[in-house]
Design a binder for this molecule. Structure first.
Ligand SMILES: Nc1ncnc2c1ncn2[C@@H]1O[C@H](COP(=O)(O)OP(=O)(O)O)[C@@H](O)[C@H]1O
Ligand SMILES: [Mg+2]
Length: 319
């Protein structure tokens, strides 16, 4: 089974797409079989970053054409070992994804035969984005050294973690119901602390303690700081890690810091991914280290697609 790696950020314009494209190229150059998926519905631009013409069927076609199978939208690229599923740039209005089609996309992603499936997600905390992020227990969060980026990233993680735990319990389970109640409560109370709420749930429902502990331990986000300028930026990543640990109660691995790299803009203008040409750029060598770490991450937890539970898996009642 492929390792599904969603890449999210909360805020747009932080380098998710550039990161995902170049990570895919690097992993593929190391002999890993990779599929890059453009899931930024409404804002698809992965093809541009990869330097691929925008004329192939993608997620937008899949959503709109019942005849298409998921395999029909997986395309070869000029890079060995690298395949690509385009987004919906040729369609408008697919951002409002029907539950049924979303389920099929998730099922299709889970069945891809590759080593890595990289999901380039959209900005914000919409239900679609959170659902795609929580397909896999492991995801990469990209931030830049700006207050708004860190705040949006934190808010995304909080929502995703919440949804991840919620999905771990089947419909009718008391914990699931309590979490749904808390979602409504949370809208009214700013100081709602998930870690505290879970502690109380464990106390009130001792027979659910083990399941709750497992659900909360299965969530492994990793963090990359992009466009770093100074040594201070490293502290910013460390602070974020501490706040997440304190308020949300899970550990986020710091995967690395990538510097501000003006050449990225030039490469974009020329439709050439930077990892293909500028192998001595500090940004590219930083990304090489990250790719190595991912390859060496031996106990990558598997995404589990449970056909039965999927009916209930994607719910919009936390919106
Ligand atoms: N490390 C970096 N240094 C300088 N510019 C960057 C860096 N990473 C990304 N960019 C620029 O930021 C812009 C947004 O990148 P993009 O990958 O499209 O962001 P996102 O997908 O998060 O919206 C692009 O114009 C790109 O050139
Ligand atoms: Mg993008």
């Amino acid at each position: 089974m492929a390792k599904i790696l969603p890449i999210a950020s909360g805020k747009g314009g932080v380098g998710k797409t550039v990161f995902t494209a170049n990570l895919g190229i690097i992993l593929a150059s190391k002999g890993e079989k990779v599929v890059i998926v453009d899931l930024d519905l409404g804002g698809s631009n992965m093809h541009t970053v990869l330097g691929i013409k925008n004329d192939m069927s993608g997620i937008g076609h899949f959503i709109n054409n019942k005849e298409l199978t998921f395999n029909d939208i997986i395309h070869e690229t000029k890079y060995k070992n690298l395949h690509f599923i385009p987004g919906d740039a040729l369609f408008v209005g697919t951002a409002n994804l029907q539950y049924f089609r979303k389920k099929q996309i998730i099922k299709g992603l889970s069945a891809i035969d590759a080593d890595w499936v990289l999901l380039d997600l959209g900005a914000g905390t919409s239900a679609n984005t959170i659902d795609f992020y929580t397909i896999s227990p492991v995801g990469i969060m990209i931030g830049v050294p700006e207050v708004t980026s860190v705040l949006n990233l934190y808010s995304f993680l909080k929502n995703a973690y919440y949804r991840f735990i919620f999905q771990s319990f089947k419909k009718g389970d008391i914990i699931r119901e309590k979490l749904a109640d808390a979602a409504n409560l949370r809208l009214e109370k700013d100081d709602f602390r998930l870690i505290e709420f879970i502690r109380l749930l464990k106390k009130d429902f001792p027979d659910k303690e083990e399941a709750l502990t497992k659900a909360t331990k299965d969530f492994y986000p990793k963090f990359v700081l992009n466009m770093g300028h100074s040594k201070n930026d490293i502290n910013l990543g460390e602070n974020l890690r501490m706040i997440v640990h304190k308020n949300l109660g899970f550990d986020m691995e710091y995967l690395g810091i990538l510097p501000y790299e003006p050449l990225i803009e030039d490469c974009l203008n020329n439709r050439v991914p930077i990892a293909e040409k500028m192998t001595d750029s500090k940004w590219v060598t930083g990304l090489l280290n990250i790719a190595e770490r991912l390859i060496n991450y031996s106990e990558f937890p598997q995404a589990v697609f449970d056909e039965e539970d999927s009916k209930e898996m994607i719910m919009d009642d936390l919106e």
